[in-house]
Design a protein around this ligand. Structure first.
Ligand SMILES: C[S@@+](CC[C@H](N)C(=O)[O-])C[C@H]1O[C@@H](n2cnc3c(N)ncnc32)[C@H](O)[C@@H]1O
Length: 267
């Protein structure tokens, strides 16, 4: 299952929704004036790396209506799926674009720029350039589900620490948006936005997975094992034993993977 496939995004969505800090979503909606104001051209949410519209669904599940969303993604299939799911119910504009071309991102009219599970894939250079554009318009920022480098499994296995260290190294390689900040992205985003005078709140949003998330855990174990299988000096046999142990303990064990949500409001 690829990291941006519809199947994977669907599989993680329940855990994502449970993890999201609901107060920050509510504050973001309050900022948008969504409850009081009718849709107007200056009440637009621009969701970057929108996938199939998970961030939009999180807002509507928490009661938001009358949303005007512009969904931006490189992958036309994901955008088509978002439109298929929501095109009739919400005012949605889809925009296929490479986020790397920051000067051309469609931020016109944006009141909030949002992103979920995106900024840990991004480089410091990308974030700096994006914030320049966002700050020029004094647009708010909602950035959810940024991986923080922590993962704990129960029951523990002797190789957990080494696997995590290797995985976190891999998270800092280029994922298409420059050398990724990976676990450092929330701290980086926070200081960069504060430097511009934004008021920034962050809250933890860990995935808490147990036996009911068996398929998602299996995909995570497979993905982590594959990511660290080459280039990180892990013994192949030990890694196979780790994978077998982790898989055997999916049903009765649990797993917590740290993320942070961030809301930045212009002063
Ligand atoms: C981990 S997924 C998150 C999707 C969605 N926000 C969610 O929470 O379900 C990252 C998304 O970023 C998009 N993406 C990655 N690199 C991109 C780029 N260079 N330009 C535009 N979109 C990109 C992928 O296509 C994918 O939809």
């Amino acid at each position: 299952m690829s990291s941006f496939s519809i199947a994977w995004l669907d599989l993680r969505e329940n855990a994502d929704f449970a993890a999201r800090d609901k107060n920050l979503v509510t504050q973001a909606l309050h900022w948008l004036g969504q409850a009081a104001a009718p849709i107007s051209p200056d009440r637009i949410i621009v969701d970057l790396g929108a996938g199939t519209g998970s961030t939009l669904r999180a807002r509507t599940t928490l009661g938001a209506t009358n949303l005007a969303c512009r969904l931006v993604d490189l992958d036309g299939k994901l955008l088509d799926e978002a439109l298929r799911r929501h095109g009739k119910n919400y005012l949605i504009e889809d925009y296929q674009a490479d986020l790397n071309i920051i000067g051309e991102l469609p931020l016109t009219g944006a009141h909030i720029v949002s992103a979920s599970a995106l900024f840990d894939l991004a480089s410091a250079e990308f974030i700096d350039a994006l914030i320049e554009r966002i700050d020029a318009r004094k647009t708010a920022v909602y950035a959810a589900l940024n991986y923080d480098g922590t993962t704990t499994w129960a029951p523990a296995h002797p190789l957990d620490e080494k696997v995590l260290a290797a995985f976190n190294q891999d998270q800092r390689t280029d994922k298409g948006l420059g050398p990724a900040l990976g676990p450092d992205c929330t701290a980086y985003l926070k200081q960069a936005l504060e430097k511009k005078g934004y008021t920034v709140s962050i809250q933890p949003s860990p995935w808490q997975l147990d036996g009911k998330d068996a398929q998602m855990q299996q995909e995570l174990i497979n993905g982590i094992a594959m990511a660290v299988s080459e280039g990180y000096d892990l013994n192949v046999d030990e890694l196979i034993a780790w994978k077998i142990f982790r898989t055997a303990n999916i049903a009765n064990g649990n797993c917590s993977i740290g993320h942070w949500d961030l809301l930045a409001l212009p002063r």
